[in-house]
Design a protein around this ligand. Structure first.
Ligand code: F6P
Length: 542
C-alpha cells in the first residue's frame, strides 16, 4: 500500500464508501429539504450546485479531513508565495501573478513580479491598440485584418478557446489558429487570408517546439514569396520566454512579447500568450478576463475548504474516481460558445495530473486524473449520453451553462437549459423496473412482451454530476471559470501527492519523432515502426 492509501483519512473514506454503497441521492434529497441550498456555493459570480453528487455531510467532512491530512492549506500557501512547487524543474507556478492588480505582490526568487507583468501587459496593450486602430500597418501600407496564431498545446488552446467563447465581442482583426504540423491546418488558414493584411503571432514558450517552428517557417516563406524578405518585420511577432531563439528565427526583439519560466504552458493564457485575444477583443476585455480569474484566485486563497469552489470540485472528483470508481470525467457545456473548453481543460488536467508517481517518486496505487472528455450539449445527448445513462461504468459529469444565452433567441436558450437540467436530473433519478412496468402497461403492453421490454428501459440513476452556472459568457465570468478549473487541478494534485506542473511524459515521443526524421540516426527502431516507415516510403509522395 502507498502511504496515501494506507493513511487514516484515506482508509476512513474507503470504509465510508462501503457503508454508503447502497445510498441513493434521491433519498438524501427526501431526507433533507435544504440539500440543494446546502450543497451549493458561489464564487466570483459563478454558482456551483453539487447536490446531485453521491455525498452527505459526513462524506464532505471526511474529504476535508483528507485535504488537511495532505496539507492542502500549506500547499495553497506555497503556491501563492512563489515556492518552487514544480520541483522537478525547480520552478514556481505563479500564473496568479499574471492576473494580479497593481499593488498585489507575488514574489519569485525574491522579487515582486507584478510590476514586470504589468509592464509587459502594457506593451501588449499598446501593440494591440496600434494594430486594431491601424497605426501598425502591413508592409504595403494596408491595415491588419487577420491575425494567425501559430502555436500548440498551451500556446494555442487557451487563446483559441477564449476567442471562440467571446466571438460575438470580437471587434479587432479576425483571429485564426494553426497548431497541427499536418500541413492541412496551415493550408486551410492561408487560403482564407492575404499576405498584405495578415499578422502572424508565433507563440512558443520554449521556441523549440517542432510543430510550431515548422509551421512558422512555412508561413514566413508564404509571406516572403508574396511581399519579399523585408515584409517579415511588419507581419511577424513572437511570444516566448526565449529571446535568443526568437532572434535566431529572425524576429526583432522589439517584436517579441515575453513571459517567464514560472508560467506553465497550460496556465499561460493570461500572459503574452493571450496576445491574439487582446488583438481580437482589446485590452479592456483582456483585463476583464484577468479580473474574473483574480476574483476566483481570491476566493480560492481565502474561502474555508467547505465552501471553496475549486476545493469542492477537486474533492468530489477524488471521491468519485478513487472511492466510487468513476471511470472518466465528462465536460458537458451546454453552451455552443464553450465548445473548445473541453480541449483546454483536457490539457490542463491530463497534462497536469496524468502522472503515475508522487512528488517523491513513489508509484501510486490509486487512480489519478480520470480521462476527461466531452462535447457541447445538446449535441452530446444525441451522441454519447446513452452510455452515461445506461452503460455499466459510471462517469462524473460537469454540466456548465449560462443563465443568459447572450443571443437573440430566448426560446432556444430555454430549451437548451431545460435539456441541461433534465439530463442531470435523469442521471440522478434513473427509472426503476416498477416505474417502467407501470409505464409500459399504461401503453397496453403485458405478459412476456412487457417483461422482455423492461430491462432495456431501466435507468440505474444515482450518477453524480455538478452543475456550474455563469450569469452570462462574458470575459469576467469566463476568466473566473478558467481559474476555477486551474485551481481544481492543483487541489486534486495535492490530494494525490503529485507535481501537476511538469510534463515529462511528452518527451519520449518527441525524441523518437526526431529520430525517425533523422536519416543519419543510428538508433534502432522497433520492428513495427520500421515496417510502417517502409510502407510509407513505398508511396511516391512520401
Ligand atoms: O509537448 C507538450 C508541451 O510542452 C506543452 O506543455 C506546451 O503547452 C506545448 O508543448 C507547447 O510548448 P511551447 O509553448 O514551448 O511551444
Amino acid at each position: 500500500m502507498s502511504s496515501l492509501t494506507a493513511s487514516p483519512a484515506w482508509q476512513a473514506l474507503v470504509e465510508h464508501a462501503l457503508d454508503r454503497a447502497s445510498t441513493r441521492t434521491t433519498d438524501l434529497f427526501a431526507e433533507d429539504s435544504e440539500r440543494a441550498q446546502r450543497l451549493s456555493c458561489e464564487a466570483a459570480g459563478l454558482y456551483l450546485d453539487y447536490s446531485k453528487q453521491r455525498v452527505d455531510a459526513e462524506t464532505l467532512e471526511l474529504l476535508q479531513t483528507l485535504a488537511r491530512q495532505q496539507a492542502l492549506e500549506a500547499w495553497r500557501e506555497r503556491l501563492f508565495s512563489g515556492a518552487h512547487v514544480n520541483h522537478t524543474e525547480d520552478r514556481a507556478a505563479l500564473h496568479m501573478a499574471l492576473r494580479a492588480r497593481a499593488g498585489d505582490v507575488f514574489v519569485e526568487r525574491g522579487d515582486n513580479v507584478v510590476p514586470m507583468v504589468h509592464a509587459e501587459r502594457e506593451r501588449m496593450a499598446r501593440f494591440a491598440s496600434d494594430v486594431r486602430e491601424g497605426r501598425w500597418i502591413g508592409a504595403t501600407g494596408q491595415a491588419i485584418t487577420d491575425v494567425v496564431n501559430i502555436g500548440i498545446g498551451g500556446s494555442d488552446l487557451g487563446p483559441r478557446m477564449v476567442c471562440s467563447a467571446l466571438a460575438p465581442l470580437i471587434d479587432g482583426p479576425r483571429p485564426h489558429f494553426v497548431s497541427n504540423v499536418d500541413g492541412a491546418d496551415l493550408d486551410a488558414v492561408l487560403q482564407q487570408v492575404r499576405p498584405e493584411t495578415t499578422l502572424f503571432v508565433i507563440v512558443s514558450k520554449t521556441f523549440s517546439t517542432q510543430e510550431t517552428l515548422a509551421n512558422a517557417m512555412h508561413a514566413r516563406a508564404w509571406l516572403v514569396a508574396a511581399l519579399g524578405e523585408g515584409a517579415v518585420a511588419k507581419h511577424f511577432v513572437a511570444v516566448s520566454t526565449h529571446a535568443e531563439r526568437v532572434a535566431a528565427f529572425g524576429i526583432e526583439p522589439d517584436h517579441m512579447f515575453h513571459f517567464w519560466d514560472w508560467v506553465g504552458g497550460r496556465y499561460s493564457v493570461w500572459s503574452a500568450v493571450g496576445l491574439s485575444i487582446m488583438l481580437a477583443l482589446g485590452a479592456d476585455r483582456f483585463g476583464q478576463l484577468c479580473a474574473g480569474a483574480r476574483a476566483m484566485d481570491e476566493h480560492f486563497r481565502t474561502a474555508p475548504l467547505g465552501s471553496n469552489m475549486p476545493v469542492l470540485l477537486a474533492l468530489l472528483t477524488v471521491w468519485n474516481v478513487d472511492f466510487l470508481g468513476c471511470s472518466s470525467h465528462v465536460m458537458a457545456a451546454y453552451a455552443q460558445r464553450l465548445a473548445l473548453l473541453g480541449p483546454w481543460i483536457q490539457q490542463l488536467e491530463m497534462e497536469s495530473n496524468g502522472k503515475r508517481v508522487t512528488r517523491s517518486g513513489e508509484v501510486v496505487d490509486y487512480p489519478t486524473t480520470p480521462v476527461l472528455w466531452g462535447t457541447v450539449g445538446t449535441n452530446a445527448q444525441h451522441a454519447y449520453f446513452q452510455m452515461l445513462h445506461q452503460g455499466p461504468a459510471e462517469h462524473e459529469i460537469d454540466f456548465i451553462a449560462a443563465v443568459d444565452g447572450g443571443h437573440p433567441y430566448p426560446d432556444l436558450h430555454q430549451k437548451l437549459l431545460a435539456n441541461c437540467f433534465a439530463q442531470s436530473s435523469a442521471l440522478m433519478r434513473g427509472k426503476d423496473a416498477a416505474a417502467v412496468r407501470e409505464e409500459l402497461s399504461a401503453q397496453g403492453l403485458s405478459g412476456d412482451a412487457l417483461e422482455q421490454a423492461v430491462p432495456h428501459r431501466v435507468f440505474p440513476g444515482n450518477r453524480p454530476s455538478n452543475t456550474i452556472l455563469l450569469p452570462v459568457i462574458d470575459p469576467y465570468h469566463l476568466g473566473a471559470l478558467l481559474a476555477l478549473y486551474e485551481h481544481r487541478t492543483f487541489v486534486a494534485s495535492v490530494i494525490w501527492g503529485i507535481n501537476p506542473f511538469d510534463q515529462w511524459g511528452v518527451e519520449l515521443g518527441k525524441q523518437l519523432a526526431r529520430q525517425i526524421l533523422d536519416p543519419a540516426s543510428k538508433l534502432p527502431l522497433d520492428p513495427s515502426t520500421q515496417a510502417l516507415m517502409a510502407r510509407v516510403r513505398m508511396h511516391p509522395g512520401s
